[in-house]
Ligand binder design. Sequence first.
Ligand SMILES: Cc1cc2nc3c(=O)[nH]c(=O)nc-3n(C[C@H](O)[C@H](O)[C@H](O)COP(=O)(O)OP(=O)(O)OC[C@H]3O[C@@H](n4cnc5c(N)ncnc54)[C@H](O)[C@@H]3O)c2cc1C
Length: 406
Amino acid sequence: MTASGNPYQSRARDLAQVFAPRAAEWDRSREYCWPNVADLTDAGLMGMTIPEEYGGQGASFYDTVLVIEEIARVCTLSARIVVEANMGGISAVMAYGTEDQKARCAAEVLAGDKPAICITEPDAGSAATEMQTTAKRQGDRYVLNGTKHWITGGGVSRTHLIFARVLDEQNNDLGIGGFLVICDPVKGDLPEGFEIVRRERTMGLCGMPEAELRFTDLVVEADMVVTPPSGFRRGFADLMNAYNSQRVGAGTIAMGVAAGAQDHATRYLKDRHQFGRPLAEFQGLQWMLADMDAGVHASRLMLHEAAKSRGPNGSRFPDMTMAARAKMFASETAIKVVNDALQMFGARGYGDLEPLERMYRDVRMFTIGGGTAQILRTQVAGHLLDMKTPQTRDGYRDTAPRIAAE
Ligand SMILES: Cc1cc2nc3c(=O)[nH]c(=O)nc-3n(C[C@H](O)[C@H](O)[C@H](O)COP(=O)(O)OP(=O)(O)OC[C@H]3O[C@@H](n4cnc5c(N)ncnc54)[C@H](O)[C@@H]3O)c2cc1C
């Protein structure tokens, strides 16, 4: 992609040169890339979307996707950190939080924290509104019980936005809210009732912990509840509205990895000779390269469109359908592009002298995490058909004691 003159993008390009030689090490060691986090923080790319009054730079989601692509071309892990430090959980807090919540979360992210967003549960994956984690009101506090799994950053993130079903003191289900817990798991400083149970062993993005978290009578003060604008009853829909930004970010990582793989393939086709000529002279490979280019380019256009869009009613978040369509297309395209690039390298692509095998493992998750390609299709179709879909339900279960009242 040509330079756009965007200052955030230029900073990201410079950092990408620093990150590229380090990327294989995080994959091999399965360690979180703390040095990269420090570099991203120094470069002002952690929390760049946070408004200036809270210490950020008020960058747009479009600025952010330009950064994500540059970083993802060389280091998928660092690109994920950029997404979650600017989109998703932090953007939900900056949109819906109280002044105190915004100030506290902004300070964490600007100091290098990648917030964790805690939605998925063992029995509530795609059907997230079926979550069973409860937050029961007790005076000025809520008491959380439940289990979340596949939580990105579990064990390294300080800021946690935990989605839970809100119960009043009579156990009436009020809907879904976001509960903020800020702690320091790296130093073992966890509140009572907050347990990091285990870390998954993943095929890709190996430096990023994916953890199971258990809450047992975890107390969260009422002033740490992120109350969505239309209250808990439509809380899930409002919180997921903020999550549309993260989907655009995740799709951009996939596209950036694919663009990086295409760069490697282009170089190799010119360098490698077989049958007395460069691979670049074989039409079968030329056509593969052209298809890769078309896929990356189409993904980029959809992602940029989504990043610049806004949902209905003055929403500050990307349009849900554009975000779903872009992530669905970009994630599936990226898997194919990286696979084709690896194929062009022959055996060399399968080994670890080249980054293709790592990129292939890394990119695989993007049709799963943050809404599967199937669920995203359901959302797009729901929009086309003007139907309610599972991911747009409000998450409200009416368990009020009607019979007793009648
Ligand atoms: C690397 C990674 C990081 C993640 N990070 C986070 C995180 O930080 N926070 C968090 O809360 N969650 C996270 N997740 C969880 C992720 O959001 C879920 O994995 C995802 O929502 C799917 O849920 P599931 O895995 O339980 O699959 P399931 O919901 O059990 O689905 C299984 C299969 O059935 C398909 N399917 C399900 N329902 C339908 C339907 N109605 N129509 C058609 N097909 C359907 C799915 O597409 C999928 O192919 C992460 C996951 C991964 C892999």
